[in-house]
Design a protein around this ligand. Structure first.
Ligand code: SIN
Length: 332
């Protein structure tokens, strides 16, 4: 390993990339988050030609069990490592199931003086044709690449580079499960060739990592819903509700009635789309925002929830002011 190679730090959190099964023929039945990061790195000897890689096992979880505490720890470890003068980039290994939420959290909170790249795998490390080793190598290649600087948090998987803001899991098992459905990936990586075809949206004014996370939940609009869940959430003291609305943001009248009552209690209600791609049209006028519910624009319900939690943590009064909330959502 040459001293002239860039120094890259891998923060490992678990997931299928660290998964193992007694049956190499199975890619569906395995235990996620069991293989230590050192073993994952040893499985990719080519890494030593790309970077001086060191690793920290920050957690070992199935990402379905992600917590606010682990998000805060990740933010602190990114701040720690990116402040070291010779660290050129940071790679985070993560489960695919909630990667899009962690990516959104980091995108919104981390200034990223060095590239921060999330990666993952759809098949466990013991599987035939495991995708983790190449994804890890590609993530390190991108993190070490000069063109990745200033592009914020990235997701590298299946040879594609996505903006953390846009990347979402859209398939249960395929290795090309991740998409940037509304505007496409930023670029690709093939061997040593890293190519950014477009820039991410301009950098955002980063939001603080909350010490106290407001209660924000997601409800969905579908045929013949009841208002029970919304009423129960309001009774429980919810501060924000993201509605996974149909199509271009439409909400069933029964659910809409319950959400309007919640909004009267200063609960921040935001409409995202359950379709998986596209923008929810902005209300036609500021007056319409006040009478209706703000749009999450192109954020899916899970990403919109992360944004709404951070916005409400920074400014709890937004629930009482839908027009200002709409303006804040549109800034991200
Ligand atoms: C997880 O999200 O931790 C398990 C599933 C995966 O990584 O694909």
């Amino acid at each position: 390993m040459s001293d002239t190679l860039p120094r890259i730090v891998v923060l490992a959190t678990g997931g299928t990339i660290a998964g193992a099964s007694g049956n190499p023929g199975s890619s569906a039945h395995y235990q996620a988050a069991t293989v230590p990061v050192g073993t994952l790195l040893q499985a990719v000897p080519t890494l030593a030609r790309v970077a001086r890689v060191e690793a920290e096992q920050v957690a070992q979880i199935d990402s379905k069990d992600m917590t606010f505490a682990l998000w805060s720890t990740l933010a602190a470890r990114i701040a720690h490592w990116s402040a070291q003068p010779d660290v050129a980039g940071i790679v985070i290994t993560h489960g695919t199931d909630t990667l899009e939420e962690t990516a959104m959290f980091l995108h919104l909170t981390q200034p990223c003086p060095v590239p921060v790249v999330l990666t993952a795998a759809m098949r466990p490390s013991t599987s035939l044709s495991a995708d983790g080793p190449l994804n890890l190598l590609d993530a390190v290649r991108v993190a070490a690449h000069a063109d990745a600087r200033g592009k914020g948090v990235l997701v590298v998987i299946n040879q594609q580079i996505h903006a953390a803001r846009d990347a979402a899991k859209a398939h249960t098992s395929a290795v090309n499960a991740f998409v940037s459905a509304s505007c496409g990936p930023l670029g690709f990586v093939q061997d040593d060739y890293v190519r950014f075809a477009r820039a991410p949206l301009p950098a955002v004014a980063h939001l603080p990592v909350p010490s106290d996370w407001p209660l924000v939940e997601i409800v969905a609009s579908y045929a013949a819903p009841s208002r029970f869940m919304v009423d129960a959430l309001v009774a429980a003291g919810v501060r924000g509700i993201v509605v996974a609305a149909a199509g271009n943001g439409s909400v069933h009248e029964v659910l809409g009635g319950a959400l309007a009552d919640a909004a009267m209690e200063e609960v921040a209600v935001v409409r995202a789309s359950r379709t998986g791609a596209g923008h929810v049209a902005l209300p036609a006028s500021a007056r319409a925002v006040v009478g209706g519910f703000p749009s999450a624009l192109d954020h899916n319900p899970y990403k919109a929830r992360v944004l709404l939690m951070l916005l409400l943590a920074a400014d709890p009064s937004l629930g009482a002011d839908p027009a200002r909330l709409q303006a804040r959502l549109a800034a991200y």
